[in-house]
Design a protein around this ligand. Sequence first.
Ligand SMILES: [Zn+2]
Length: 88
Amino acid sequence: MPNLEYKLLMFRLNTETNEKEIDDEISNLLNDKFGLNICNACETWQNSENQMYWQGEEDTTTSDILDKHGYTAVCDKCFHKLEEQENN
Ligand SMILES: [Zn+2]
């Protein structure tokens, strides 16, 4: 991973783009290389395939819960919290 970090650093130093564009670029890189995405709720990096719940890719109940909070994707832990709130 040092190689990726080096590239990201060079990217930051050489670019005129704003903070948001840099963040997007880093997100895209981590997504492409490692299949990682950020949980919308706790903002930690997660494995997209097997540690997250995605809007529109699960059953209706799951999508409804995500919809209600305006989330596109959350990690397992956060989803279970949302689910508990829902049932109380
Ligand atoms: Zn989370």
